[in-house]
Design a protein around this ligand. Sequence first.
Ligand code: ARG
Length: 402
Amino acid sequence: MKNKSKFKKIVVAYSGGLDTSIILLWLKEHYNCEIIACCVDVGQHQQFKKLYDKVKKDGASKLRIVDAKEEFVTEYIYPAIMANALYEDKYYLGSALSRPVIAKAIANIVKEENADAVCHGATGKGNDQIRFELAFKALIPNIKIIAPWREWNIQSRADAINYAKEKNIEIPITKSKPYSSDANLWHISYEGGILENLKTKYDESMFEMTVSPESAPDKPTYITIMFERGIPVAINGEKLQPIELISVLNKIAGANGIGRMDIVEDRLVGIKSRGVYECPAAVVLYTAHKELESITIDRDTLQFKHFLSSEYARIVYNGLWFSNLKEAFDAFVITTQKYVTGDIELKLYKGNVISSVKNSKFSLYFEKLATFEKDEMYNHKDAEGFINLWGLPLKIQSMFRK
Ligand code: ARG
């Protein structure tokens, strides 16, 4: 079905992979308008420059490259750390956090180029389509969204390869992998293919950011992370820029076998899916941050914040990054981070992150109060009245409901 006059310009969220390469030509054939490919760098270690010529051969008029790494760390990863956002208690949200930053960069290009449609290569079964499209609805509400995977007849990777061959599209030379993966500064995910069977034991060689705990060094690595108002700013006393801080930590923690997980998670579209992830820096930073919060945030705020963490993760996972609710959560979280400043020393050892020394000028931990020895502030006798009143409802219930 040719629809010649529908759009004048389409911006494509382009990754350089097989799917989005096919998309360029497919769009050209279906919509016969100007196609602009846009790559957003969120730390996926790709040689984008090589793609300038390729996109033209595949049907686009040009390639735009946006470096969003720093924004990804400071505006997306740091808020997630401050919130301790962990989906279903396990997933560090690597892909979920990257989609809104990619979508925002694409939306800016749509505006700059004065395009009237935007296109992404996410399939119709996953979370990413939701995250991209919700972000587009929030940022460029009047722009038409095209999702080829929900429109075309291509149903599988084999179909996609055939289409590419038929149309003479150069298939990107990546090591062919029996699963799908998504990489950025914060994580690499592995899903689908051989991993769909929960009994499959994948090959060790799949991992790129971590060594196995068995092959990690026999001696522990001690590392000190310094936070200022909930944001990590230095490692072992050395101040680091955001991208460097995450990269350095990925290396140190990855070398100690930290950050691998093999989980089943609930996609928003109602499917339980298996995901294998590696996110070494994430595990270390969340651990350190929570340790620091334990001494710098008062009990009630800390416990309430804990409830909120899973809800925060849930809305981010479900694509609501640019929502009022998320903005309101951030306001709460930022307020809680006012005193989350200090240093946490951790011991990294064969896949484990073990907390050792905690230090903050705002610490609420009062050794003289915590002591088992006699102290000036706490009167043991006060506990008696407190317990009587705290337990009063229990006592009454027991008396009247016997
Ligand atoms: N299951 C994870 C999530 O929904 C990872 C998704 C990875 N995306 C991909 N296109 N491979 O966040």
